[in-house]
Design a protein around this ligand. Sequence first.
Ligand SMILES: C=C1C[C@]23C[C@@]1(O)CC[C@H]2[C@@]12CC[C@H](O)[C@@](C)(C(=O)O1)[C@H]2[C@@H]3C(=O)O
Ligand SMILES: O=C(O)CCC(=O)C(=O)O
Ligand SMILES: [Fe+2]
Length: 339
Amino acid sequence: MVVASPNPIGSEKLIAVEVPIIDLAARGPKVAELIVKASQEYGFFKVINHGVPEDVIRKMEEESFNFFGKPDSEKKKAGPAQPFGYGCKNIGFNGDMGEVEYLLFNTNPHCISQRSETISNDPTKFSSAVSGYIQAVTDLACEILDLMAEGLWVQNTSVFSSLITHLDSDSVFRLNHYPPPLKDRDTSSSSSFQIHHQGNNIGFGEHSDPQILTILRSNDVGGLQICLGDGVWVPVPPDPTSFCVNVGDLLQAMTNGRFVSVRHRALTNSDKPRMSMAFFGAPPLHALITSPPEVVTPERPSLYRPFTWAEYKEITYSLRLGDSRLNLFKACPDKEAQE
Ligand SMILES: C=C1C[C@]23C[C@@]1(O)CC[C@H]2[C@@]12CC[C@H](O)[C@@](C)(C(=O)O1)[C@H]2[C@@H]3C(=O)O
Ligand SMILES: O=C(O)CCC(=O)C(=O)O
Ligand SMILES: [Fe+2]
């Protein structure tokens, strides 16, 4: 059933649609088919029975809450985010802002252990929680990418996953913390978040993720919304037992536009802190992004020209958060412009 209601942000429509939930316990051709359907229709789905051990998630969540609960002066020692490290309100390098504080990591184990020195009083414990979590969600991402290839009838089923398991993969990991806006009467706090009204603010503005696949988990506080186009936003109910999976720009390109890189955003909750943990699976910088032959046909010729992730990443970082980037890589930009 579809129910429209007023949106706390702006005048766009907010619609209650049930996002697809895929049970990975039943792995096989049927699941591959469901994953392909969800990736084509929404670019987004949730997975349950995902196999990521509970204690791996709990350890990561505990370390994350411990960090964000520290005084600002302590947290700033892990910043500024350039792009890795601790950031507060500033997102990227081009003036984007949101009611969020975050830690951004390069997933290389050496980088994680170095970064952990600036984050925790027990860097070994922190670093092992992050590495354990990244390993587990990378495995999950690979399993999903293999099912995607299978569902698309691509013969080489590791064509996508081999990019993120490569030793030089450029995957990143992000911890986001969205504190609730302070209420009017609360003027005593020395926190960086001095917003004197109540409600839902933009925590992380509208964007698509540039990489291949994102695996996101949050605590039990809502805020994530996906865009179905034309200003229609669908809230994603929080569920700490599942993972949200979203198609990134590179996967849209590699599936020759069959899958959609979904635009999404996160709002703050009016009275509880939201915490999300996002793994962005990416290829090595010099990997060439092309489509496997099975998804390119005479009826459906290549939509995008081949490009490297390094090229794509450079453009991404030169643009604003909400800018579309993939259309700059169209195979026939002139033809598209005329349509
Ligand atoms: C404004 C920006 C932040 C971002 C890089 C960018 O120039 C545009 C994309 C942003 C994004 C969104 C998804 C991920 O959170 C992220 C790490 C990524 O790869 O692309 C962020 C970038 C960032 O915060 O550094
Ligand atoms: O916190 C969320 O739910 C969304 C975060 C997000 O989209 C991102 O970090 O790219
Ligand atoms: Fe995102």
